[in-house]
Ligand binder design. Structure first.
Ligand code: BTN
Length: 248
């Protein structure tokens, strides 16, 4: 099947945020599904929940993909997030980084350090998705100096230097694979693979809220993104986005 993501690419030197740029494009006119907007430098890169995404120019990939997942209902929107996370984990495997895991909702970690972040901004009409801007930041050639202690990069993990443009195409290839799975309704395969790679699914994880520590395992992630956990006493609870700090 023909790929969708990355057939058309807009390459920018600098922009505030590729997600914001993509949203503006969508307001003004129609664009082909799969259009990628990439920038060498973002002056105001955005992260999840209003955080700032910093990346040194030319060291990381920062790009956004315009998708039209009209086949998903609003309550299924997290399936897109699952598919994108899995595409990134698979890309890392191809680069010989075989231990990539996903920290709910969609951070990608290697050796418990963050290597990639995803910011998906959806537009809805009634009960259906109309379009999504999928923003992705991947630390590729970043060194220790440019990164927080909690982050890593492909170069730090493999000791190699990468051509950013070639890596963008490679990532798009893996994103395409999982997006096509989604489009063809392979929801349960995507969910199973997501759970398999999820921090806290196979072994318990420590969560902290109001200075109280809980040890729990992930039982389930719903199609709408809500996560069900179970503590060591067998008590089940749902965690909201950023409600708990996950220790890892
Ligand atoms: C996160 O982990 O908090 C999400 C980070 C997402 C960063 C990417 S970089 C490209 C795109 N443009 C943005 O402003 N943010 C996303």
């Amino acid at each position: 099947m023909q790929g969708i993501i990355g057939n058309n690419i807009i390459k920018l030197d600098a922009v505030d945020s590729t997600n914001t740029y993509a949203a503006t494009l969508l307001k003004n006119q129609k664009h082909p599904e799969g259009l990628v907007i990439t920038a060498i430098y973002q002056t105001s890169g955005r992260g999840q929940m209003g955080t700032i995404w910093h990346s040194a120019p030319g060291e990381s990939l920062t790009f956004s993909v315009i998708l039209m997942p009209t086949f998903l209902k609003v309550e299924q929107q997290f399936l897109l997030s699952m598919a994108i996370s899995l595409g990134l984990v698979e890309y890392l495997k191809i680069k010989s980084v075989t231990n990539g895991i996903i920290k709910w909702p969609n951070d990608v970690l290697v050796n418990r350090k963050k290597i990639a972040g995803i910011l998906i901004e959806n537009s809805l009409k009634g009960n259906q998705m109309t379009h999504s801007v999928v923003g992705i930041g991947v630390n590729i050639n970043s060194g220790i100096i440019g990164l927080p202690e909690t982050a890593t990069s492909l170069q730090l993990e493999t000791g190699r230097h990468y051509d950013l443009e070639a890596e963008l195409y490679e990532i798009c290839h893996h994103l395409n694979k999982y997006y096509l799975m989604l489009r063809t309704g392979k929801f349960s395969s995507i969910k199973t693979a997501y759970m398999e790679h999820l921090l806290g699914f196979h072994s318990p994880v420590e969560l902290v809220k109001n200075q109280v520590k809980t040890v729990a395992k992930v039982k389930q992630v719903e199609d709408n993104g809500s996560i069900l956990l179970e503590d060591l006493s067998g008590k089940k609870f749902i965690a909201g986005f950023k409600e708990y700090e996950w220790l890892y």
